[in-house]
Design a protein around this ligand. Structure first.
Ligand code: NDP
Length: 341
């Protein structure tokens, strides 16, 4: 699956195309490459940025006509690498195609967790420069390290039904916080309250006045805001923060289109309320990974962390899965299942 051409405006399904081409399922003689059969592919919001000709310096744009890349879980079908045998289950950066020739398998890791979990709940990409495929680690870093969340605090999360937001809610409840999330549909709001354990939730698309909605949910104000969207929501949050509290800037999904004109115009409130606003990137927090696993695994075993995925079946559905993610149609971690073995 590849990009037809660079995209500068709001992406559509037709920006992508799926082509059929033959490929050799053997590594070239003498090479250390690995040929993998791709099983699960991760859809991440950062992929929207890679469609622009001028992506960020960290994010190299896709080449139109060549398969796009992202995180994936795959099975090795031929290997010239001493580190990977035929049949090994691996995860790392791979192509959006049925089979990929991975010329630099140093970017692959073995995995033995339930297949699709490698892309979400347990993803560890110590070997990769792109760490955006690890939503739970991002939630953990943002909530505990950036916000230093404590028992009894009042937390607000935007894009709360998404891969990151749902886990911020979980962590908030495990810590003894009061947590409210917002999302873009009734189905998501129900999920937040009934499945992810949020104390309250609202559909931001149905609120004519976001400030009033926040005042209703947080009569005493907000201690911690976990920001995934930006724009109008952040403006409303600034009006409702308690004095000397904190905002983690995790993502700005509403700004990921170069034609977006959303801006925060009331930053003066951050000064008046002495709010600490901190942006963070999960890839700065490699060192926390073992601690993260130590914390997370018992909660998974005890069923205290529920992980919701939204799967599209087959590469032909890849363009619509990506579009759905950027359009708010996904519920939980968006994946494309290329093959179930
Ligand atoms: P999600 O699975 O939450 O998908 C994105 C969601 O954002 C959509 O489902 C939609 O939900 C919401 N959304 C989409 N467009 C808009 C819009 N214009 N305005 C408001 N909401 C919108 O994504 P993730 O949980 O994976 O990622 C959340 C954020 O975290 C993203 O901004 C991402 O880039 C960022 N991120 C940051 C990292 C870091 O290290 N700082 C690492 C990884 C991701 P709804 O229906 O509720 O509107």
């Amino acid at each position: 699956m590849s990009l037809r051409d660079y995209v500068s405006c709001y992406p559509t399904v037709d920006d992508m195309e799926v082509r059929r081409e033959e490929m050799k399922l053997e590594v070239p003689r003498g090479s250390k490459a690995v040929v993998v059969k791709n099983l699960y592919l991760s859809c991440d919001t950062y992929m929207r940025l890679l469609r622009n000709r001028t992506a960020d310096e960290l994010l190299k744009p896709y080449t139109p006509g060549s398969p796009i890349t992202g995180f994936g879980v795959s099975r090795s079908v031929d290997s010239g690498s001493p580190n990977f045998r035929v049949g090994d289950l691996v995860w790392g950066t791979t192509g959006w195609e049925e089979f990929s020739l991975i010329t630099n398998p140093e970017g692959l890791e073995h995995t033995d967790v339930p297949l699709s979990y490698s892309l979400g709940i347990l993803a560890d990409n110590c070997c990769s420069v792109f760490l955006f495929g690890m939503p739970v680690m991002t939630s953990y870093v943002g909530f505990y390290k950036v916000c230093s969340a404590k028992k009894g605090e009042i937390v607000f999360v935007s894009a709360a039904a998404g891969a990151i937001g749902q886990n911020v809610g979980r962590f908030a409840k495990l810590t003894g916080c009061y947590v409210v999330g917002c999302a873009g549909s009734k189905e998501k709001v129900d999920l937040l309250k009934n499945t992810f354990g949020f104390d309250d939730a609202f559909n931001y698309k149905e609120e004519r006045d976001l400030d009033a909605a926040l005042k209703r949910c947080f009569p005493e104000g907000i201690d911690i805001y976990f920001n995934n969207v930006e724009g109008k929501m952040l403006e409303a949050v600034l009006l409702n923060m308690k004095v000397r509290h904190r905002i983690a800037l995790c993502g700005m999904v509403s700004l990921y289109s170069s034609d977006s004109h959303e801006r925060v115009i009331n930053l003066m409130h951050a000064i008046c309320k002495r709010v600490r606003i901190e942006g963070f990137a999960v890839y700065d927090h490699f060192a926390a990974y073992p601690k993260f696993l130590e914390f997370l695994l018992p909660h998974i075993r005890e069923g205290k962390i529920v992980y919701i995925e939204d799967t599209a079946e087959g590469l032909d559905d890849g363009p619509s899965a990506l579009f759905r993610l950027l359009n708010g149609g996904n519920v939980g971690k968006q994946l494309v299942v290329v093959a179930r073995e």
